[in-house]
Design a protein around this ligand. Sequence first.
Ligand code: ADP
Length: 406
Amino acid sequence: MNSQERSIHFLLVDDLEENLVALGAILKRDNLILLKARSGEEALELLLRHEVALALLDVQMPGMDGFELAELMRGNERTRHIPIIFLTAGSADGQRRFQGYEAGAVDFIHKPIEADVLRSKANVFFELYQQRLQIAVQRDALAEADRRKNEFLAMLGHELRNPLAALGSGLNLLKRQTGTEVSDPIREQMGRQLFHLCRLVDDLLDISRISEGKILLQKERIELQDILRTAIEANQPGLEAAHHEFRTELPQEPVWLDADHTRMAQVVGNLLNNAIKYTPNGGTIVLAAKQKDDRVEIEVKDNGIGIPAEMQSRIFDIFSQVEGHRLRSAGGLGLGLSLVRQLVVLHEGSITVESNGSDKGSTFRVSIPLCLRSTEIDKLSKVNHTEDENAIPIADCCGPKQSLER
Ligand code: ADP
């Protein structure tokens, strides 16, 4: 049902029937259902059965008075946020302080009631409630659209995989046959395009796996340097083709991580790949890493086309691309950084970007927790042996070949 058509309930509580009738007459309007209760108990019963947008409570009632009823409403999760208008007989009632101000909207109207004042106050709550209903409907629609989009991406990825694999095998077969001056370059170009398509499909599948919580990290105690080596090797051809100067600034000592080698190499590899793509030929790219307390910070820095300030907060969102960068994206769809961030988060890490704007270069910084170095483990085992009370038990640091499922 459309939220606009949905009826809204107001609760009126007064021990006198004629007051209820009078209030009803003042408040009457389309799509408003007035629930009338002659006592606090009756009101609580109605509140159990209906969702209420506003409660008008007469303060002076025999038995449970309006304040007591309000306090009971505030004590219940379901009813604590219902706005309340107290109808008070005079100043004596107003003196008594209601204990639940902080829990939600509360207002007072003195008797004799002025119809216009009551109507306009009630209208505010009516409109507010209707807006809230509309927002809830829109939020549900958005969540549903997001779910469908994820389903579509997953299905697309799966459907594309088989034909791509067949094309790959076909190209491999062709490679074994002697080609011609014409066919060889065409086959090579097809191979490159196919490689690119496969990467896109793999990214799509990875993203949908992560959003479904299906990605499995193969965590183990590994050296950061190994991860970086894999990432550099994968990008060596790109670095050379673009004639970039490439430098590393890495710690001399091994840095130990509890991480998934393939996935972390994918993270750094992706950042390097972007640095290569978004830096004009002959640029400078630096891969640096340093330890900071119990974390390692990996930095990929380029002097390329940079990222405008207003895009920096959105750059890790799926399909997010800087206007005007598309020519350089080499057919990318804006999946890479979204995947990178999700993989970093799976490693309990974080990623940030820094750029002074267009043509001022970009720096991507990944921070992930360290695993203790082997030398420290050695030290610790000795300390443990001497039963130093500050020693960290060996079992608390990550052991070799740990595999975690997420
Ligand atoms: P893609 O490169 O496929 O478009 P990514 O998710 O890897 O997707 O990157 C998203 C966008 O971020 C890119 O389209 C580009 O606009 C911007 N970007 C990423 N890395 C850099 C970089 N090193 N320098 C400038 N812009 C970058």
